[in-house]
Structures are given as C-alpha cells and as structure tokens.
Design a protein. Structure first.
Length: 343
C-alpha cells in the first residue's frame, strides 16, 4: 500500500471514530489532575462507559491523538457566541430528534440554564442513595420522581425496592398523565430539602413509553413480575407496554449498518454469552456483519463454552440493549418497534 493510500485509509478511520472513542482518547491525552476535574462532571453511567472504553484503547498512534485534539479545537472554535446558545440548542435538538421528541428535552435544557437543576442531583447520585432517599415516600411521588430520572438510573432504583412497592410504582408510571397542581406542590415539598428547593414544571412525561423504557432496563424476573401486576390491573395496558418494549430479539430488525455500529461498542465476551440465548437467525445477523475471521471465532467460542446461567445470558442481553438505546438516542443506530421505526 502506498503512503497516499495509507494516509487516506487512516483519515477514513479517524472520521468514522465514535464519540465515545474520541472522548476516551481526549481524556488520555490530558494530565491526570485535569482528567480528574473533567470526570467530576460526568454521571456515574458516563464514567463507567468512558472508563471501559479507555481500557480498550491499545496502540493509539500519535496521528490519532493529534487528529482528536485538532477536531476538539475546531469544534470549540466553531461554537456559537453565548447569546446564541438558546437558538442553537433548539435547532440542533429539533433536527436530531424531531420536533415532538425534542420539545420536552429543549424545555428541560433551557430550564437548567435558568437554574432549575433539581432532578439532575438525583441522576448524579449513586443508585442505592437515591433508593434510600425516596423509598418511604408515597408511590405516586416515587413514580413522579423516577419519570424525571435517566432511564438507567430509574431502573436501578426500582430494582432495589421490595417487589410490592416496585410493581406499584411501575403501574403508576405506566398510567401517569402529568403532575396536577396539588401533586406538584407535594412533590416540591418532598424534594425541597434534597434538591435545593427547586420546583419541577408540570411534567409531560410518563405513560406507556416511559414504563416500557424503564422495564427494558430491569432484570428479566422483575420485569415479568411487574408486567403481571400491570396485566392484573389492565390487560390492554400491559399489551401496549409490551408493544413498546425493545427486546433482545428485536435486534433482528436493525439494519446491517446499525448492527456494525453496535458491534464496535460490544465486548466479544459479552456478545458470546448474550447470543447463547438467541435464535439462530439473530446469531447469523451479528456474525455476517463481522469479518469472516471474527465471526468464526465468536461461533467457535459459543460452541466450546460450557453451559451458561440463564440469568447471566439475560444480564448480557440487557447490557447490549442499553448500549443499543444509547446509540439510538445519539442518532447512530435506528431502532424499530412493531411497525414503527424511530431513532
């Protein structure tokens, strides 16, 4: 390969680099004290993802580091003036998510600019701390709080509740239609001490989609029990939630490009275990989007690995689904649920 061809290939690899890899390389390029200060601004989930990616980095070239730093400098230079941020945020989020999905998020972002940071404090806390903080509140208040949390954080909190409370809260999330003034006042009083007294606006969140997203992130056993409880309350509601849930077998509906993007984010050992419980059609979908050699190695590892606990298979499948949803939220892959496709 000529030097020109090699440079072209290297440039192409750089341009296809994921945001997670760029962030990891950027942090490795910083001195230790500066990197510590940057990490302080991440959520626990972000720290976990970035740390895992950093451990995967091997033989990062000087050119790769230089390119990441140059891109960072270029992005910083092109950032809009401070007085244009509101319009810039609205434009970017609307283009990325569509007007309907972006509207609530835009409102949240701009509210935070004005000082309404309340619920973010819970997103930055460890899951056991949040669970301990709110477990004794009325289930409706707990549901309202969880609706405002990151889905991963909400699922983690629910898993630490005893079964009866967990099922009650999930049902209330699924039937949530908004915070009425009286309930909002009660919520504000409850959150006052731990969230610096910040008021939450009338929520447009909650409902079937929110319940499905949270259930997707819970363990299989807890997910099934919660759905049985909802089915006892309203069979039609349970059916709607199941229709909205994105399950591991639904990955068969991803296009090849999305599968390829997803594979870059999955540890091979995790994939091997997850596929142990998958249909052959889905296994083939993953393997044909890998290099022939890599696919062969995965297949051999699946065949030679002994029996794996079902709970471990389900846990790894959940981990892959969490990565899939994160990539979908970033617009890097396209999910489909039933007849509807969304990003």
């Amino acid at each position: 390969m000529s030097e020109t061809d090699r440079a072209t290939e290297e440039r192409s690899n750089f341009e296809n680099m994921t945001g997670l890899r760029k962030s990891s390389i950027m942090l490795l390029a910083l001195d230790e004290d500066t990197a510590v200060e940057v990490f302080k601004h991440f959520t626990p989930q972000q720290i976990q993802r970035i740390s895992k990616e950093m451990t995967r980095l091997q033989n990062v070239s000087r050119n790769e580091i230089r390119w990441v730093l140059e891109q960072f400098h270029e992005d910083l230079s092109n950032a809009p003036p401070v007085d244009e941020y509101d319009g810039y945020i609205r434009s970017v989020l609307t283009k990325a998510l569509g007007s309907e999905r972006a509207s609530t998020l835009i409102e949240d972002v701009l509210d935070q600019k004005a000082g309404n940071y309340g619920i973010d404090a819970l997103n930055l806390m460890d899951v056991p701390e949040v669970a301990e903080l709110i477990r004794d509140e009325h289930p409706q208040i707990i549901a309202t709080i969880l609706i405002h949390l990151d889905r991963q954080q909400a699922a983690g909190v629910l898993e630490l509740f005893e079964e009866r409370l967990r099922n009650d809260v999930v049902l209330r999330v699924a039937t949530f239609t908004g915070v009425q003034p009286a309930a909002l006042q009660e919520l504000t009083e409850v959150l006052g001490g731990m969230l610096d007294g910040q008021n939450l606006k009338r929520s447009k969140m909650g409902g079937v989609r929110t319940a499905a997203e949270i259930l997707n992130l819970m363990s299989a056993g807890q997910e099934d029990t919660a759905l049985e409880n909802i089915r006892a309350y309203n069979d039609e509601l349970a059916a709607k939630i199941i229709d909205e849930m994105f399950l591991f077998e639904n990955l068969i509906d991803l296009d090849d490009r999305s599968i390829q993007v997803l594979l870059k984010q999955i540890d091979t050992n995790v994939l091997v275990i997850a596929l142990k419980g998958a249909e052959e059609e889905l296994i083939d979908k993953f393997l044909r989007n890998m290099s022939q050699r890599a696919g062969q190695l995965v297949r051999e590892e699946m065949e030679t690995r002994g029996p794996v606990r079902l709970s471990q298979v389900e846990a790894e499948q959940k981990a892959i689904l969490a990565i899939t949803r994160r990539l979908a939220d970033a617009g890097e892959v396209m999910l489909s649920s039933g007849d509807d496709t969304y990003v």
